[in-house]
Design a protein around this ligand. Sequence first.
Ligand SMILES: [Zn+2]
Length: 80
Amino acid sequence: MGQATKNPGGSRPKRAAGPCPSWRVALLMDLFQEISTHEEAALLEHLQDCERCREERRRLRLLMQLIQTAMELPPRVPLL
Ligand SMILES: [Zn+2]
């Protein structure tokens, strides 16, 4: 009796989504296309199983597109 656990199902508490720490660097390397072929293959394999890393990759790519779009636009204000 008297079980003190707040988590009887044994499931992990829900946290803010984020990529696996061990794959964070690989995701960035992939984003900047600095990833090796071998690492990319491993990353893609991991992405098939890991929704959080897939989501992070999508967010990073979206961010990258926004940055590139912004850099291609001519500046609205003359620099000097
Ligand atoms: Zn992951």
